[in-house]
Design a protein around this ligand. Structure first.
Ligand code: ADP
Ligand code: ZN
Length: 191
């Protein structure tokens, strides 16, 4: 199964992608997670990406297209994959179309998650993530049993640098301007 999850920041792409990945036994490919890991490790790509991410802007297309191109060639993608957070621009969608064609693969579905902006802001400002296992919490809607600690593994919870209100507003604008155009009339990603 080859799927794309589209939707604004905070819509729940990551949550749904994890559930689907377990159920279907295929990898979740989250460009945001891959970029955050590169930032944490201080790789050249991470250093390049950090400024864009902290500002709530998109990382340049060449960088993310390169990440996805490499990732899709790995053996665990042979049975399928879930793209979570990619593509996000028309250029990325076009690059993906070419990659899939050259790998001889077709998409089965594109799933679009839609949530109104004020709900997204409330979700993102309260979002916390486990440093160890990546599980997500929300300070009001899904609080951990002990403040700041993961229920599942006891790891420490953190707030993403870009989950501050001004950056959130900027990310939502970027979504409207650059990603939304992919949806109805833009590039057709359905099989
Ligand atoms: P969210 O959907 O909550 O914004 P992500 O983890 O998907 O979170 O992305 C976090 C940041 O990583 C984005 O704001 C952007 O800077 C960068 N990023 C992730 N995926 C892409 C992509 N496909 N193209 C460009 N930048 C990306
Ligand atoms: Zn945990």
């Amino acid at each position: 199964m080859k799927l794309i999850l589209l939707g604004p920041p905070g819509a729940g792409k990551g949550t749904q992608a994890k559930l689907l990945a377990e159920r279907l036994e295929i990898p979740q490919i989250a460009t945001g997670d891959i970029l955050r890991a590169a930032v944490k490790q201080g790789t050249p790509m991470g250093l390049k990406a950090k400024g864009f991410m902290d500002a709530g802007s998109l990382v340049p297309d060449e960088v993310v297209v390169g990440i996805v191109r490499e990732r899709l060639q790995q053996v665990d993608c042979a049975r399928g994959f879930i793209l979570d957070g990619f593509p996000r621009t028309v250029a990325q969608a076009e690059a993906l179309k070419e990659m899939l064609a050259s790998l001889g693969k077709n998409l089965n579905a594109v799933i679009s998650l839609e949530v109104d902006n004020e709900a997204l802001v409330r979700r993102l400002t309260g979002r916390r993530t486990c440093q160890e296992c990546g599980r997500g919490f929300h300070v009001d809607f899904d609080p951990p049993k002990t403040d700041g600690t993961c229920d599942a593994c006891g790891g420490e919870l953190y707030q993403r640098d870009d989950d501050r209100e001004e950056t959130i507003r900027r990310r939502l604008e970027v979504y409207t301007d650059q990603t939304q155009p992919l949806m109805p009339a833009g590039i057709t990603l359905t099989p």
